[in-house]
Design a protein around this ligand. Sequence first.
Ligand code: FAD
Length: 393
Amino acid sequence: MDFSFTEEQKNKRQEFFKVCAELAKDRMRGFEGFESSYDTDEGWKYHLYCAKEFARRGWLSLAWPEEYGGSGNMMDRVLFAEARGYHGVPGVDVFGVQMLAPTILACGSEEIKREFLPKIATGEIQFCELWSEPNAGSDLASLTTTAIKQGNEYVINGQKIWTTGAHRAHWSFGVYKDDLGGKPHHNMVFLLFDMKTPGVTIRPIKYIHNMHIYNEVFLDNVRVPAKVVGQEHEGWAVVNTLAAFERSNIDDIMRMQRDIEHVVAYCNTTKQDGVPLARNPVIRNRLAKIAGEVEAARMLAYRVADLQNRGELTLMEAGAVKIFESELLERFASLMTDVLGPYGQVKMSRWSPMDGWWERIYQEHFVQSISMGTNEIQRNLIAWRGLELPRMK
Ligand SMILES: Cc1cc2nc3c(=O)[nH]c(=O)nc-3n(C[C@H](O)[C@H](O)[C@H](O)COP(=O)(O)OP(=O)(O)OC[C@H]3O[C@@H](n4cnc5c(N)ncnc54)[C@H](O)[C@@H]3O)c2cc1C
């Protein structure tokens, strides 16, 4: 496969990088990418500001059909994500722009498309994902939160958990049981609703480093209009469609690319026993290996984009890049605890090397192998659906 860029792609890539570099000048200390924006009011304002800047350039609707205001293709989206990842800027709602919009395009009614796509493209509404429940994560189909239809409305009761950004999002997409006596996988509805609806209670789950990103969401007699994506009772099919639109993880990969540049600069200028760390053969060797793996991850992500562009992406390819990228981040974070030594564990202070960045990454890195379907589940999918290996009885 030839991944060399056309002249047009090179120009677009340059434009994406230029705009993101400009926006990165307003980035607060310790702020990194999309998830940081949920923690503070200042971060959320910055995210919305970046979203508006991208929206006015038409970058939140890349790869959509022209009739819904779209332009460009999947490769443009990848190049744009590279720029955001490299410069650590937010502005793209992972849930609304990257997951829900393509799902609505694939299985939403015309009414749902006309109502929600323009608001996603302008950054006017931001979404969260109400899927996981205390007893339904990997086995999502065993969820118990109900949405019972009454006239033109649904009444929702139950609890969701680990909801990223629920405290900031304007709207949610979620999946609920809508037919209590129905056949498994044909008894769920995929619903959109306003998070300010009475009966929605949001409680924070503070993360290991005390940031407020995740939440529990309690739904008590929440009465919402029937904004259904797909068909009633057939929400599971929509869940599967959305799962195939998960991101290529290229932004995380580009963040690692940038981190390698920073680590190399650090090793060139930091001495141990009078010798720069960059002269240490063990460090050189381990860092070179990571750098090679980051490049391999980038190629895998390009491949995912190319397959998605051609409508040939399967859960196997998407799962492979997710596993590789998340486990690479773990290896990189482990390497950096060795390189930085005990000072590397000092939280942001003047004594913490590299601005305390690796102390935070080491604490955060493992979430990647859990969120968006654990790596074990991804491996199962690759084995069963991709390689057609038999299931254990
Ligand atoms: C950072 C982060 C953000 C998240 N954001 C959201 C969000 O915004 N919205 C949302 O709805 N959810 C979100 N989640 C939830 C996430 O989707 C679930 O945590 C994930 O699906 C795993 O479910 P669980 O936590 O219930 O673990 P479990 O399903 O209980 O799994 C526990 C362990 O058992 C393993 N396991 C389970 N079943 C099998 C099997 N059949 N074969 C092999 N191993 C198995 C798993 O791999 C895991 O290691 C988020 C999670 C994290 C960590």
